[in-house]
Write a protein that binds this ligand. Structure first.
Ligand code: SAM
Length: 382
């Protein structure tokens, strides 16, 4: 029997999530929608939890049609929740997360690895340990005569009953206890989808990121940037403004043999990056304090640059970049080999002198609309 799953994604990178699902052999992609990639999997296993570009992965329990604006929709949703097989789906999710923690991770290519990348489940109980009850998070598009809490309560009580677990409402700002089994209901037009989150915590919450800095990058976006940089062919990869180290830590899985170098002008950021990398077992990344306005590397010595420069919003440029932010691009041009690639997350689409633009991807991230730009270094800065 096939299982329908949904990978949730940052707006803009859905096609990259679909590509990762295909590349990892996780299933057949059935549809790419706003912030979602739907796929069908014959044998859902712990590989699902290794999806790096996705924010989360859920198993679809029911697709309910005919959900109108009136409150009668709540009765319809309650009925759908009562009729679906919450127990089997919960067992399946339990099995997937249990496998991921209990035994070496078998890969689709026949190999094994000892643990999921970045300790996906570290710090969170395996599914079997989730005795905390049932929680539901709902969202809908358009005006309706009911609230998200009405949907959550209508569905949550019915899902919890057959599982013999308490339902924890979010109404009045209540926060469900850690370890609850997390369901999600999305309503768009006349259709509702009821789905169960597979991992104990959302996939984007990397356990390695125990320490952070202002303006730190969302790990699935960093993973998408690393994918766009085609790191399999890279010798040296640089992040000259590495902050908490997210780009290079996410890059390590795609470039196990490359030399990875992260600099930041702020010594605390460098300390945080190194600590995060250690927790992620992302070994042998070289971290150092340096000004991106004078990168301490020889000309042409870098093959790829991954960078999320200071934007003057959450993080202001410091050092040589404070007076002259353009220095960053002159320095990147200098240290990058001709034909080398930069993947940058920047506030808007633009082309610095000396680079060609291979691709621009528009994102919606924390209410802003930055772009991921894939740039190629030309022979001259002209
Ligand atoms: C948007 S944050 C980078 C976030 C990072 N990608 C992460 O995931 O945490 C920008 C970083 O640029 C650093 N920065 C500011 N001016 C700099 C300079 N002149 N040289 C190097 N780094 C600088 C800041 O300290 C900050 O860590």
């Amino acid at each position: 029997m096939h299982t329908l799953a949904v990978a949730r994604a940052v707006r803009g990178i859905e096609p990259l999530v679909a590509a990762e699902i295909r590349r990892a052999g996780l299933g057949v992609v059935r549809g790419v929608r706003h912030r979602e990639v739907w796929f069908e999997t014959a044998d859902p296993g712990p590989e699902l939890l290794g999806l790096r570009t996705a924010d989360d992965v859920l198993l679809v329990a029911a697709v309910v049609e005919g959900i109108g604006r009136g409150r009668e929709a709540l009765g319809r949703l309650s009925r759908a929740a009562r009729e679906l097989d919450a127990e089997s789906l919960t067992k399946l999710a339990h099995q997937i997360t249990g496998q991921a923690t209990d035994r070496p991770h078998e890969l689709r290519d026949g190999g094994t690895r000892d643990a999921l990348p970045y300790g996906v489940l570290e710090g969170g109980p395996p599914y079997g340990g989730r005795g905390g009850g049932v929680e539901v998070s709902a969202s809908f598009v358009g005006r309706r005569n009911y609230s998200r809490f009405d949907i959550e309560d209508a569905v949550g009580a019915e899902l919890a009953r057959p599982l013999g677990l308490p339902y924890h409402s979010r109404r009045d700002g209540r926060v469900p206890p850690e370890g609850s089994t997390a369901w999600r209901v999305t309503v768009e037009d006349g259709q509702a989808v009821i789905a169960l989150r597979v991992p104990a915590r959302p996939l984007h919450r990397r356990p390695y990121k125990m320490e952070s800095i202002p303006g730190t990058l969302h790990p699935p976006v960093a993973a998408a940037m690393a994918g766009l940089a085609r790191l399999d062919r890279a010798g040296t990869v640089l992040d000259p403004c590495c902050g908490a180290g997210t780009t290079l830590i996410e890059a390590r899985a795609l470039a196990p043999h490359a030399r990875l170098i992260g600099f930041d002008h702020d010594p605390r950021a460098v300390h945080v990056a190194a600590a995060n990398a250690t927790r992620a077992a992302a070994d042998s990344i070289a971290w150092g304090v340096a000004d991106a306005g004078r990168i301490p590397l020889p000309d042409g010595s870098v093959d790829r640059v991954l960078v999320n420069p200071p934007w003057d919003r959450q993080v202001a440029p410091s050092g040589r970049l404070r007076r002259d932010p353009g220095r960053l691009w002159r320095e990147i041009h200098r240290v990058l080999a001709v034909g080398g690639t930069v993947v940058a997350l920047v506030p808007e689409a633009w082309r610095p002198p000396g680079f060609g633009v291979d691709r621009v991807i528009h994102l919606t991230l924390s209410g802003r609309h930055p772009v991921v730009a894939v740039l190629r270094r030309s022979a001259s800065r002209g």
